[in-house]
Design a protein around this ligand. Structure first.
Ligand SMILES: Nc1nc2c(c(=O)[nH]1)N[C@H]1C(S)=C(S)[C@@H](COP(=O)(O)OP(=O)(O)OC[C@H]3O[C@@H](n4cnc5c(=O)[nH]c(N)nc54)[C@H](O)[C@@H]3O)O[C@H]1N2
Ligand SMILES: Nc1nc2c(c(=O)[nH]1)N[C@H]1C(S)=C(S)[C@@H](COP(=O)(O)OP(=O)(O)OC[C@H]3O[C@@H](n4cnc5c(=O)[nH]c(N)nc54)[C@H](O)[C@@H]3O)O[C@H]1N2
Ligand code: SF4
Ligand SMILES: [Mo]
Length: 731
């Protein structure tokens, strides 16, 4: 090993959505360094501090490499619920034994209690993992359960519902053409910390500065003067959860001043002028107090937007994961359409990815089911995760008795986290596909650990679809793995095959899947795609296939985003279905919420925030990522601090309907009065986890405060921003 040569590999960072190209130096199975790949045409050498966490993850002694089984210590028979964490220990087992145990237990529970007795939760890293995305579904389909949940419903669910209804496919989401826009309005996104979301945009800072350098403008609407707001030309505080009113008033101004531009969209949406009748009651004056933005500023926001040569209004996490997230994002879409900026250079545009999964993936089934206990709507075969705990805790037919958790940590990341934690301890059987023993996977009977990102081949099946340029890149694993280490897809396919066999179904198709592998699927998609070897038309000259991409290890630039209507529409009539009846019905709830005299607005509401060195709940075991000052603080405006007699650094108790926690304060005028901010992803003080670095920097879990009963009713998406809380100084 010691005389191994140093090698350089070109790969992609999979930690966030930006898809930065990385240059990884290895020696044998040692990772020496990770740098930005200067020759990657898309990211041009950019990386953020997280890229080195890929090495830390690979080297982490806490990481599991073989399956483990949780066993009770002697004398501790009975249910897990009655065990303390000290009563059990983990034992390494072989893969075959692990797969048999998992398949047999899930099968047994489904035979006894029905298919829906097994629940599935899929977390965010699946989206960054081609194997999970392409082969995971074989396993979920084999389970035949309706009880499916994912991180989508604490995140981008509204975007999917809107795209499904308007354009006919849940993943056909328009992206800001950031490199050409002259006016970029950001509502509830902080790309400088998050590196962009539903906008794959490596080196977002440079691209934002590019807008300013060409005389354009960036406007940020956010209850916090975020890093992005600091860089922008204009920032306005907004009361959390009131964006829907701002958008209604912005649309109102468009019609009032006849600033709308129907020409471009009329052929695709003849009824678009009907928007006027819905927004007429919401004048800037009417919404100004509720939003905290003056009527004149609202009008100015619209006139500036309309005067720009091109403009994009982009709403993200802060605007989606709140009480009116779906209606807000819908109105944002209408605003882009009515100003002539949908499908226009410098506006919101559709990508044309090389490996286009849309034609072969589910468009998003709607309205098929509602959840058993609370009746929340299913979308694309998933229920909102806000109702997962009650589906485990409420007895009756269809009660969840076992859970499969793939690359997720819902005990930290979903609302009313303590309730879910309790619920998980009542389960008969749990399996987690994860390389860490986390707050969630500690509940598992079996943990199946896949390899980490640099140990597997990668084509970004999801985020190329959301990129601000058309681009394609494939990379092979950077380091070799042991024969008995598996990737996610091998785990899922093994389980699927066993379950199908147990259910008496044919398994004849499995040998060809094992042979094809996810990369074979990508190869097919590339070849038959619009830039493909077998493609036709003006872009076929690229002749893409896996082989071509292997020969271009830095990736291939496929040019700026192009107009794509009507091709981008999946509805058979090739029209955009505005579906007023569905979306605008929610205005009734808006009126009841904001304009009912009896509703006293809460004096203090909670929002979240991200830091460049975090990635949801799971990078805190990298010493580099947690070094320095405690970042898990409660940010509060000086005015509110005074009101509560709190000094910087004081510890306060925060209470919501569902829980309470204690946390250190950080007084800053960057946060709006009446709002407090706590970052998510912390709270690594649970017994039974095996995260030795994270445990020393535990922080607190903000989702102890977020409320499972608060959802955006149209979608069932969780409300993680704008949660009513009370605060008290700890004496
Ligand atoms: N209050 C509040 N809560 C939030 C948010 C917020 O802004 N505020 N944000 C929400 C959002 S947007 C999201 S997406 C969710 C995320 O919520 P989750 O997806 O539930 O949580 P993650 O922290 O991403 O957990 C990922 C888990 O996957 C494991 N993992 C990492 N890579 C892999 C892999 O390649 N394979 C496998 N099998 N496992 C892997 C990690 O060890 C970790 O345990 O959190 C949400 N929660
Ligand atoms: N460093 C880092 N990067 C990440 C992640 C991470 O955990 N860490 N997570 C990744 C994931 S899974 C996602 S989904 C993306 C999310 O990426 P973004 O959508 O950019 O999310 P945030 O950075 O949380 O920024 C949300 C902003 O919304 C504001 N906000 C909160 N409530 C409201 C409101 O009611 N109205 C308005 N207008 N604004 C509001 C917040 O103050 C915050 O500035 O980031 C991804 N990238
Ligand atoms: S910006 Fe995202 S993709 Fe780029 S290096 Fe950082 S975490 Fe990785
Ligand atoms: Mo997310």
């Amino acid at each position: 090993m010691s005389d191994a040569e140093q090698q350089i590999h070109y790969s992609t960072c999979t930690l966030c959505e930006a898809m930065c190209g990385i240059e990884v130096a290895t020696k044998g199975r040692q990772i020496l360094s990770i740098k930005g790949d200067k020759d990657n045409p898309f990211s041009q050498g950019h990386i953020c501090p997280k890229a080195s966490a890929l090495k830390d993850l690979y080297d982490d002694p806490d990481r599991l490499k073989r399956p483990v089984k949780r066993v009770k210590l002697e004398g501790q028979e009975g249910k897990w619920e009655d065990c303390t964490w000290e009563d059990s220990t983990w034992e390494e087992i072989g893969w075959d034994e692990a797969f048999d145990l998992v398949a047999n237990n899930l099968h047994r529970i489904q035979q006894t209690h029905g298919n829906n007795a097994v629940g599935v939760y899929l977390g965010n890293p699946n989206a960054h993992n081609m194997g999970s995305i392409l082969f995971g579904p074989y396993f979920y389909r084999a389970l035949k359960t309706h009880n499916r949940y994912s991180a989508t419903s604490v995140d981008q669910l509204p975007h999917h519902i809107i795209s499904r209804r308007l354009f006919g496919h849940m993943s056909q989401i328009p992206i800001p053409d950031i490199d050409h826009t002259q006016h970029f309005m950001i509502i509830g996104g902080n790309p400088l910390a998050s590196n962009g979301s539903i906008m794959t945009v490596p080196n977002v800072k440079k691209r934002l500065k590019g807008i300013q350098n060409r005389g354009g403008k960036i406007v940020v609407i956010d209850p916090k003067r975020s890093e992005t707001a600091d860089l922008s030309c204009e920032h306005h505080f907004i009361r959390p959860g009131s964006d829907v009113l701002l958008l209604l008033a912005m649309l109102n101004v468009l019609f009032e001043r006849e600033l709308y531009n129907l020409d471009a969209l009329k052929p695709y949406a003849e009824d678009i002028s009907e928007v006027e009748k819905y927004v007429r009651p919401y004048s800037p004056l009417k919404v100004s107090e509720h939003t905290g933005i003056s009527a004149s500023v609202i009008t100015q926001l619209v006139t500036d937007f309309c005067e720009a040569e091109s403009a994009a209004c982009y709403g993200r996490m802060g605007a989606s994961v709140q009480a009116f997230g779906t209606l807000t994002q819908y109105l944002i879409m209408l605003f882009n359409m009515l100003t002539g900026n949908l499908d226009k250079r410098g506006g919101m545009m559709f990508t044309q990815p090389a490996a286009d999964t849309l034609p072969v993936s589910g468009k998003g089934s709607m309205g098929d089911f509602t959840s058993r206990v609370r009746g929340l709507p299913a979308f694309a075969g998933e229920y909102p995760v806000a109702c997962l705990a009650e589906e485990i805790l409420t007895p009756g037919e269809g009660q969840i008795k076992a859970m499969v958790i793939g690359a997720g940590n819902p005990v930290v990341t979903t609302p009313n986290a303590e309730q879910l934690d309790r619920a998980f301890s009542t389960l008969e059987f749990t399996v987690a596909v994860d390389f860490y023993i986390t707050e969630t996977s500690r509940h598992a009977d079996i943990i199946l650990p896949p390899v980490t990102a640099l140990e597997r081949d990668h084509y970004d099946v999801v985020f190329h679809n959301f990129a601000v340029r058309n681009f394609a890149k494939y990379s092979e694993a950077v380091v070799e793995i042991d024969e008995d280490q598996l990737t996610d897809w091998q785990i899922y396919l093994s389980l699927a095959q066993r379950l199908d066999a147990l259910n008496g179904k044919s398994t004849d198709h499995y040998p060809s899947l094992w042979e094809k592998q996810p990369k074979g699927v990508v190869d097919d998609l590339l070849k038959r795609g619009m830039y493909g070897k077998n493609g036709e038309g003006e872009n076929a000259g690229y002749k893409l296939s896996l082989e071509t991409l292997k020969a271009h290890p830095h990736g291939i630039d496929l040019g700026p985003l192009q107009s794509a209507l009507p091709h981008a529409i999946f509805h058979e009539d090739k029209k955009i279905h505005l579906d007023f009846e569905y979306f605008m019905a929610d205005l009734e709830r808006v009126d009841a919420h904001f304009f009912n005299e009896q509703n006293e607005p809460n004096s203090l509401v909670l929002i979240g925030r991200r830091h460049i060195k975090t990635n949801n709940s799971w990078l805190h075991n990298s010493p580099r990522m947690v070094k320095g000052n405690n970042r898990c603080t409660l940010q509060i405006n000086p005015e509110d601090a005074d009101k509560h007699d709190v000094k910087d650094g004081d510890v306060v108790t925060v209470r919501s309907r569902v829980g309470q926690l204690q946390i250190e304060t950080e007084i800053t005028d960057a946060i709006m009065p009446g709002v407090i901010s706590i970052p998510h992803g912390w709270g690594h003080d649970k017994k039974g986890i095996k995260l030795s670095v994270a445990s020393q920097h535990p922080g607190v879990n903000t989702n102890i405060l977020t409320d499972d009963l608060l959802v955006d009713e149209l979608s069932g998406n969780a409300v993680l921003n704008g949660v009513p809380v009370e605060l008290e100084k700890v004496s």
